[in-house]
Design a protein around this ligand. Structure first.
Ligand code: GLN
Length: 204
């Protein structure tokens, strides 16, 4: 077994890099000491201990994932290793997608509505107060959440824990080894979401 010191354990984490804002995730993971693999081919999934599905356009990602043979492999990966999905990535992880309906991995038992903030307020930055469960595992203090044509999580099953809310809407949820966020933590200087994800990768 490796020593308990987390600093000594370098984790290799993948960022799906077919489309969208994967680069900012890679930078944040590297800042936190992880080795980053930008995943473009199915075979690269064997090299990584966790995976981030970045924001972008979920429909475009679905087409590219299918073309690269990654879509089928991702479901197996989700059965073994942690995934963090942000925005479009959260849409890919959901059990059910609406507005409109589209295929998804059902890795997190939630129903999510695409582009749910509407056209006028489709992008915003809001300060949210973490739920205690999030603060206990990271740090206290408000968190800046960047929403870009974001989805809204409309319902979660009983096995899903809500770690952050904006008003009443869940914006960060956890089920088993997976996390889904509807906002872009990688576009702020707050490292807590990625720290939480790396702690899940470490303990998986
Ligand atoms: N609107 C996009 C979608 O439905 C998600 C936007 C984002 O990832 N920032 O896929």
């Amino acid at each position: 077994m490796p020593a308990a010191s987390s600093a000594a354990v370098i984790m290799t984490v993948g960022v799906l890099a077919l489309q969208g804002d994967f680069a900012a995730h890679s930078v944040r993971l590297a800042e936190l000491g992880a080795e980053v693999v930008e995943v473009r081919y199915a075979s690269q999934l064997d090299q990584v201990e966790g995976l981030i599905l970045p924001g972008g356009e979920s429909t475009t990602n679905l087409i590219l994932l299918d073309r690269e043979g990654l879509w089928a492999r991702l479901r197996d990966f989700a059965g073994q290793r942690p995934i963090l999905g942000t925005c479009a990535g959260a849409i890919l992880l959901a059990r059910e997608v609406t507005n409109p309906s589209q295929p998804s991995m059902a890795a997190i038992d939630m129903r999510i509505e695409r582009n749910a903030y509407g056209r006028q307020i489709d992008s915003s930055i809001r300060l949210v107060q973490p739920e205690q469960a999030f603060a206990d595992r990271t740090a206290e203090g408000p968190l800046e959440a960047v929403f870009i044509r974001a989805p809204i999580i409309r319902s979660v099953a009983s096995g899903v824990e809500v770690l952050l809310r904006d008003k009443d809407d869940p914006i960060l949820v956890e089920q088993g080894r997976h996390l889904a966020a509807t906002f872009h933590a990688e576009l702020t200087s707050d490292p807590r979401l990625h720290q939480l994800f790396l702690s899940k990768v470490r303990s998986n």
